[in-house]
Design a protein around this ligand. Structure first.
Ligand code: TXA
Ligand code: MG
Length: 333
């Protein structure tokens, strides 16, 4: 049974937060909102609780989790080092959607980091996440609250689509504002390396520190070996419906498929003309607004039971990097 608590997103009720924190402390699983997507939290210091996260998600054991903290003062509980570059970036971007890969502290259970020597850490900005982490008083391992390889959830309904009955508690605070996941930056290497593009862009990072390595590895590990670049599986962030990227506004491909009698979902810009029979969702051609609504739109098309989703390829450029990364993986079948 999954208990659902409705909690105000800007002024969370302390009673509800205390209840959720108690579930975390006794080894339970709590899905909660962050400013990026909903996370599925467990006490990071409790190996059995973290094992339940992998089980609930169907997550491969070689894919490590992000540990969420209430503040920088908790870093030493999970990491063995806090490099100067991380401190500078944290000053600018924390609390917020930037995750650092740091050397792991030995006492942190190995299951959190998939047996690897590094740990991913962030301090989220969402008031509900902040209140929960503070009240729980422990570091909280929290991947996105979806089944492995599927779309991340930006609403409580999305969480339930994948995880109903598999988690103890869900905090429903409405839609998340960011819409896609945090940026993951490896600061154990010099220069730091971008592992996953996200809400914080490389240009924003490079306005604070020297240039970073931007090349993203896309090779998945074979045979369950620890991933060299975890999270970079070619198929990920995917709706259940087959997704294709199309050039221009996508209209040509949508018409072609619709003519064969197929029910097509179409994600495109405002003011693209209708195609008869297609289920169209329009997103604004502005990166932050597009990003905020992308997953919700894909969830909606999934629920609309279309046979194919055609996505008009977004523009290029730094601000669209994370969107391209997610759409490429979503399109990988
Ligand atoms: O915005 C977010 O980051 C959300 C919210 C809930 O905070 N969380 C999230 O977690 O997206 P998850 O588990 O879905 O994605 C974590 C990513 C994965 O790509 C994982 O492989 C990578 O971070 N990661 C975790 N630990 C790592 C490590 N030690 N080294 C490299 N990559 C790591
Ligand atoms: Mg995820």
């Amino acid at each position: 049974m999954t208990t659902i608590l409705t909690v105000n997103s800007t002024d969370p009720d302390p009673g509800a937060i205390a209840r959720a924190a108690a579930v975390l402390r006794r080894g339970g699983l709590v899905a909660f909102p962050t400013e990026t997507v909903y996370g599925l939290g467990a006490n990071a210091l409790d190996a059995a609780a973290v094992a339940r996260v992998f089980e609930a998600k169907g997550r491969p054991p070689n894919n490590p989790l992000i540990v969420h903290l209430a503040g920088v003062d908790q870093i030493a509980q999970v990491a063995a080092d806090w490099p100067a570059v991380a401190a500078r970036l944290a000053e600018r971007f924390w609390p917020g959607p930037l995750t650092f890969v740091l050397p792991k502290r030995r006492e942190l259970p190995d299951i959190v980091t998939a047996g690897g020597p590094t740990v991913a850490v962030r301090v989220p900005a969402h008031p509900v996440a902040r209140a929960l982490l503070k009240e729980a008083g422990v570091p909280v391992a929290a991947p996105s609250a979806n089944r492995s390889t599927e779309l991340s959830p930006t609403t409580a309904d999305h969480v339930l689509r994948g995880l109903a009955g598999r988690i103890d508690l869900l905090i429903d605070s409405g839609p998340t504002s960011g819409g896609i996941e945090s940026t993951v930056l490896d600061v154990t290497v010099d220069p730091p390396r971008l592992l996953r593009p996200g809400l914080v862009t490389p240009a924003q990072i490079e306005a604070v520190i020297a240039p970073i390595t931007r090349s993203i590895e896309t090779t998945a590990s074979a045979a369950g070996l620890p991933l060299r670049c975890p999270g970079q599986m070619p198929k990920h962030y995917a709706p259940r419906t087959l997704l294709e990227l199309a050039d221009g506004d996508g209209r040509g491909r949508v018409e072609e498929l619709s003519k064969t009698g197929m029910r097509v979902g179409w994600l495109t810009w405002k003011d693209a003309p209708d195609v008869l029979g297609a289920v169209r969702i329009e997103l604004p051609l502005e990166p932050a607004a597009y990003t905020a609504r992308l997953y919700a739109a894909l969830h909606d098309l999934d629920v609309a039971a279309v046979a194919r989703i055609i996505v008009a390829r977004p523009p290029e450029g730094d601000a669209w990097l994370a969107v391209h990364d997610r759409l490429r993986r979503a399109a990988h079948s």
